[in-house]
Ligand binder design. Structure first.
Ligand SMILES: CC(C)(COP(=O)(O)OP(=O)(O)OC[C@H]1O[C@@H](n2cnc3c(N)ncnc32)[C@H](O)[C@@H]1OP(=O)(O)O)[C@@H](O)C(=O)NCCC(=O)NCCS
Length: 146
């Protein structure tokens, strides 16, 4: 497994994985492509096995804050520490760029993701009511790094 920066060449693969990993509300190809347009301070990372992306994650770096947009792992690669490796790489990049506080939103029902983020020190800081298209609330989480 290698972890590397994702680039605009990965847009098709990431858009394909969005449909598998977020069947309720996948980002469209255009939404994914916008993340790689260079207009926004995004950093995306991909985990590759045998030349194929099996996980990715993205963050907007706006020092001193980082805003995690997405973390996703193909179902057959879950519970092997892949998300943790990608997230750690992404957090290290954030810290190197002067970020001290990182935030994200997660569905209140998404126990695996909430457990993952808690294991990285993220704590619940509030709820955005009906944040998702299907009406589900989002939990807002933050972590602070000295
Ligand atoms: C959430 C997700 C990214 C986790 O990826 P993963 O590679 O399986 O996570 P890891 O193996 O690195 O897990 C790290 C820790 O997170 C927690 N965790 C992960 N999946 C879990 C699950 N299904 N149930 C409970 N805890 C879980 C555990 O504490 C785990 O440590 P452990 O395996 O030693 O117990 C993955 O399930 C996924 O892609 N889900 C669909 C997309 C999604 O919901 N993304 C988050 C959007 S905000």
């Amino acid at each position: 497994m290698i972890i590397r920066r994702a680039t605009a060449d990965d847009v098709d693969r990431i858009a394909e994985m969005e449909k598998v990993c977020f069947p309720e509300e996948p980002w469209s190809r255009d939404m994914v492509a916008a993340e790689f347009s260079g207009l926004n301070p995004t950093r995306y990372f991909a985990a590759e096995e045998d030349g194929r992306i099996v996980a990715y994650a993205g963050v907007w770096v706006i020092p001193p804050e980082g805003y995690i947009t997405n973390v996703a792992v193909l179902p057959e690669y879950r519970r092997r520490g892949v998300a943790s490796q990608v997230l750690q790489t992404m957090i290290d990049e954030c810290l190197a760029e002067g970020v001290t506080d990182i935030t994200l939103e997660v569905r209140v029902s998404n126990d695996p993701a909430i457990a993952l983020y808690r294991s990285f020190g993220f704590e619940e800081a509030g709820v955005r009511r009906r944040y998702y298209q299907d009406g589900e609330d989002a939990l807002i989480m933050w972590t602070h790094h000295e």
